[in-house]
Write a protein that binds this ligand. Structure first.
Ligand code: BDP
Length: 697
């Protein structure tokens, strides 16, 4: 097994389960008139025949017990006759119910739209894949967010920025004529977890994607995705009116520029009537933007919004901005730039905010913009690709990262004002809502660079559907579908996944440290590094270690970034006693001999966390070794080898960081902790000329 099938493996179930389900899957009754209905039929046939080991006949009517009746009241007279109330399902929800139809026991999978029925079909298959009972079903579900989108950081030349799973899966050269079957499998996988949008190109790409030639290619992909309920979106370059439009300016208030964007939007919608809209990275890390003309982010977003509005498109305008001219505290800048603009964006603009204020670190507090812009729909941006978390090989399940942020309490409307409620619109009454994930997909056979990285794509989609779910439950689902339903396998693997993020935090950036990674490529430890041209790209800028202590003072005596949170949260983060230790060095500069809650000194605890991270990875290896018999050889070996790499690199992180911080603190190693294997000089001398996913090589 090479992992290509993802969680849609559909291998034969154990005989006992097959028997249990057999009587409940005797025939399929559905219409196959539209592309989505045919996709639904194909998936159910593929899934049921795979899982149950026999073909399930398609019929027009219910002939005997065990029929699966699928569709909408409009597509199926049988469903229409049930007269079920489906109003709470919206346009993408579904219900699955055991019922008597034409005198026979049957299962009905019902949506208000073909897409709802398709989502229901995937859910029904998941029930079988995860070993659930299906004889007395009565469940319904509908997405909590409107836009559930993958952002591909793919360049048109095939490179994927921060991609560790091969090249871009979009073959722009052969499009639009050759539609690789992989595009359909991509759409199936996304639909199976409810993802309904795909931004095809990198936020830092050029304007070529908007030329007529490329729009034809984009339209071909949109055609492949449409039956699966997935819309395409494009990242645009703000200066496109100059680069491909021949204008002298891209000033968003210039009438010619406005007209250019309107005409461009009209052109796109002629080719792609359900085009989703634009994603924009502007005035960030060298990208052009409205500030080049003295205009605001709202001015920039609104010119695009006005062009898209007649067609129903949206703008996803990123808040990931920081000005390198003023690096006092990068963590404060997005809030400072965007908070004053609340209320100035058009109704079809979402401001897309990264989960934390720095940049997808192993751990950061939630972004202070959540809850701070009540008049503006804020869209969550998570990173699925593991840019700061060991690239392809380290086993780090990101569910806990996402869950930790989504369940954080912004306190902006009192207790219970979680980030999840900000982004699902319930806190501030927004109907337009969304979540974006920076994809980890490439041309590798297993799509994501490792089997376990697939879980991060999976959990992103499931949380975008409903951000209040538990990441443990989702991990368990994924393990059952991807590997095995055997509880003796599932439990230890889920435990291993759930602990994996904390392990990585411990061996990379414990106690609230951030951004200690190698400069530029972000691989491996480099806490000593001060080589970057920009102050706020240097690890030393973030940890601020000196003879006295370590950490970034973000209280009133420092940058006061803590004050950007709602008062109760600000008070907590400003008070060293109340700050959770996991964020200690993010908010405070702390003396090495500071007494931690354990009674030990900060220095002692720092070393202990680094050592713990390595121990955890050793335990993960042992766990996996104990599960050899449950997994096919190919996937077993890959994970085993990758865990060996992870252990080696966790040790490297531990040793390099301890060697460096010891050189600053001058403190002896606590008793019982082995000294680093090599000298600090050795770790500092390592170099990595070719690192995947890093655009400047
Ligand atoms: C950072 C990446 C950089 C991205 C940037 C972004 O290092 O490659 O372009 O985020 O999100 O995490 O725009």
């Amino acid at each position: 097994e090479d992992g290509y099938d993802l969680w849609l493996r559909y291998r034969p179930l154990p005989p006992a389960q097959m028997k249990l389900y057999g009587g409940r899957a005797s025939q399929l009754v559905l219409a196959a008139d539209t592309p989505t209905q045919r996709a639904t039929r194909d998936e159910l046939q593929r899934g049921l025949s795979g899982l149950l080991g026999r073909d399930i006949p398609l019929t027009q009517t219910v002939l005997h017990d065990g029929a699966i009746v699928v569709g909408t009241a409009a597509s199926s007279p049988l469903i229409a006759r049930l007269h079920w109330d489906t109003r709470n399902l919206g346009s993408e929800g579904y219900l699955i119910r055991s019922a008597v139809i034409d005198g026979h026991a049957a299962t009905a999978i019902v949506g208000n739209s073909d897409i709802g029925a398709l989502y229901g079909a995937f859910r029904f298959l998941r029930l079988l894949q995860t070993g659930q009972h299906i004889d007395r079903l009565d469940l319904h579900d509908a997405p909590h967010l409107t836009l559930r989108v993958l952002d591909h950081w793919d360049y048109l030349n095939g490179q994927v920025e921060r991609g560790y799973a091969g090249a871009s899966i979009w073959d722009w050269w052969k499009l639009p004529d050759w539609r690789d079957p992989r595009y359909t499998d991509y759409a199936r996988a996304n639909a199976s977890i409810g993802i309904n949008g795909s931004v095809l190109n990198d936020v830092a790409g050029g304007a070529t994607i908007l030329t007529p030639t490329y729009l034809q290619k984009v339209a071909a992909l949109a055609d492949v995705f449409r039956p699966y309920g997935i819309r395409v979106y494009l990242s645009i370059r703000f200066s496109a009116p100059i680069e491909i439009g021949g204008l002298k300016t891209a000033d968003p208030l210039d009438p010619q520029v406005r007209a250019w964007w309107r005409a461009k939007a009209d052109e796109i919608y002629r080719l792609i009537p359900d085009f989703g809209g634009f994603l924009v990275k502007a005035n960030s890390e060298g990208q052009p933007g409205p500030a080049d003309y003295g205009r605001t982010h709202a001015d920039g977003a609104n010119v695009l919004a006005d062009a898209l509005a007649p067609h129903g498109g949206v703008v996803m305008w990123r808040a990931f901005v920081y000005s390198q001219a003023n690096p006092e505290d990068r963590a404060k800048q997005a809030y400072d730039a965007f908070k004053p603009l609340d209320g100035q964006f058009r109704a079809n603009v979402l401001v897309q905010v990264k989960n934390g204020p720095i940049d997808f670190q192993p751990r950061e507090p939630f972004h202070p913009l959540f809850g701070a812009m009540p008049k503006t729909p804020l869209m969550m941006e998570f990173e699925i690709t593991k840019e700061y978390l060991g690239f392809a090989t380290h086993l780090v399940y990101l569910g806990p990262v996402y869950e930790e942020v989504l369940s954080s309490d912004t306190m902006t409307h009192g207790k219970g004002s979680t980030v999840a409620k900000v982004i699902d619109g319930s806190l501030e009454g927004h109907r337009l809502t969304g979540m974006a994930g920076d994809a980890n997909i490439g041309t590798d056979r297993d799509w994501c660079g490792s089997d376990f990285n697939q879980a991060n794509w999976y959990v992103f989609g499931r949380l975008a559907w409903n951000p209040s779910q538990s990441s443990r439950t989702i991990a368990e689902e994924w393990v059952r579908m991807t590997f095995s339903n055997d509880d003796a396998f599932v439990k230890p693997v889920v435990d291993m996944m759930m602990g994996s993020r904390e392990a990585a935090v411990d061996y990379m950036t414990p106690l609230g440290l951030v951004h200690l990674m190698g400069p530029g490529h972000h691989y491996g430890p480099a806490p000593w590094d001060a080589s970057e041209a920009e102050a706020d790209w240097r690890p030393v800028y973030y940890h601020r270690a000196d003879k006295q202590g370590i950490g970034f003072d973000r209280t009133r005596s420092g940058s006061d970034a803590a004050a950007q949170y709602a008062p109760p949260v600000a008070a907590q983060f400003s008070d060293i006693q109340q700050t959770p230790e996991r964020f200690l060095l993010y908010f405070h500069h702390v003396p090495w001999d500071y007494r931690m809650r354990s009674g030990q000194t900060l220095w002692y605890e720092l070393v202990a966390h680094y050592a713990q991270g390595v121990e955890d990875v050793k335990r993960m290896r042992e766990t996996w070794r104990g599960l050899h018999g449950y997994v096919d050889e190919q996937r077993y070996q890959q994970t085993a080898s990758f865990l060996a790499i992870q252990e080696k690199e966790a040790q490297w992180w531990r040793d390099a960081c301890i060697a460096y911080f010891q050189s600053i603190s001058g403190q002896p190693l606590p008793p019982g902790y082995a000294p680093p294997e090599h000298s600090l000089k050795y770790y500092q001398s390592l170099s990595f000329p070719y690192v995947p996913g890093f655009s400047s090589w």
